[in-house]
Design a protein around this ligand. Structure first.
Ligand SMILES: [Zn+2]
Length: 322
């Protein structure tokens, strides 16, 4: 029976249940935090807030949440593990690197043909996180996360994608991505990864919910990938009514088995801190799907079977290691 690694060890795939596949607990910047602490960041308070939020979430039926916070976003696995031990939902860890354009200087001296040389450290980091655990915690990553934004596949972004593809081929864990929907660059990502031997079926193209271009979204799914309708509540990018309309139209076109639903929300993010979110995006939190979006999808014609596929069956299929 296939198992998925979580912060507390392996869980059988059929026990994952209702899964939010693209979320964040704590998004920070360790160097900024060390030198210029953010007035709203209080680690102890944030941990307690996460415990309360995830406990409430279980009451709404959610069983599993994937924390796609990788290095570049301030990943701190020990902090999340502390939360995982206290909440009744499975938390899943990710590896990868979050950059829209360039990697830190370390990576410009380490790797084939570079000053210090040696093999590319990224691939060893990703594989180690999946096979041995992250930073001595024993927490094993079950997902690879990569990013393409407006700059496209720059040299360093290409390096991250290449290392993730190699780690995927070796470990079988899926790849989940960040895209910039206006540039429709999920296509470029899908093709780049496919050339490196990653089957599109093993990739979730993220942030597709930011797009209303049905031709673009259908192309990604027709090529085999699952798409992430994963930013419900991010009203500053696209209001929920329009996100719901796109999902309903794609359901009518027969794509229930190719979409997953999530929020890309966070308990704390230094990028858009809690006071900003409270003012501008009041529905951008882990409960938005359960409380507002699933009922609206049902009212718009989504069947219980459609909702079950998008929230339970599809995430489990993708998360099961190949
Ligand atoms: Zn994200």
């Amino acid at each position: 029976m296939a198992e998925v690694q979580t912060f507390l060890g392996p869980v059988p795939v059929e026990e994952l249940g209702f899964t939010l596949p693209h979320e964040h607990l704590f998004v920070g910047h360790p160097e900024l935090d060390l030198n210029y602490p953010h007035p709203e960041w209080d680690e102890r308070a944030a941990v307690e807030r996460a415990v309360r939020a995830l406990t409430r979430l279980r009451g709404l039926g959610v069983r599993t949440l994937v924390d796609l916070t990788v290095p570049g976003l301030g990943r701190n696995v020990a902090r999340v593990a502390e939360v995982a031990r206290r909440v009744p939902v499975h938390l899943v860890a990710a590896t990868g690197w979050y950059t829209a354009d360039v990697l830190p200087a370390f990576f410009h001296t380490h790797g084939p043909g570079l000053l210090v040389g040696g093999p590319d450290p990224l691939e060893a980091y990703f594989v180690g996180d999946v096979e041995d655990g992250i930073a001595g915690t024993g927490v094993r990553a079950a997902v690879l996360k990569v990013v393409t934004d407006r700059p496209g596949i720059t040299a360093d972004v290409g390096r991250v994608l290449t290392a993730a593809a190699a780690a995927h081929r070796r470990t079988g864990v899926p790849i989940m991505t960040h895209t910039n929907a206006p540039s429709r660059n999920g296509r470029e990502q899908q093709a780049f990864l496919a050339r490196l031997g990653v089957a599109p079926e093993r990739v979730v193209i993220g942030h597709c919910g930011d797009s209303e271009d049905l031709g673009y979204l259908r192309e990604l799914m027709d090529n085999g990938s699952t798409i992430g309708m994963d930013r419900f509540g991010m009203a500053h990018v696209l209001p929920d009514e329009r996100r719901v309309a796109v999902v309903l139209e794609l359901l009518r076109l027969g794509y229930a088995d190719r979409m997953v639903l999530s929020h890309d929300a966070a308990v704390f993010s230094r990028v858009t801190p809690p006071s900003w979110r409270a003012r501008h995006t009041p529905d951008w939190h882990f409960e938005n799907l359960s409380r507002r979006i699933l009922p609206r999808l049902a009212a718009g014609g989504a069947t219980p079977e459609d909702l079950h596929r998008m929230t339970v069956v599809n995430p489990a299929r993708v998360l099961a290691p190949a």
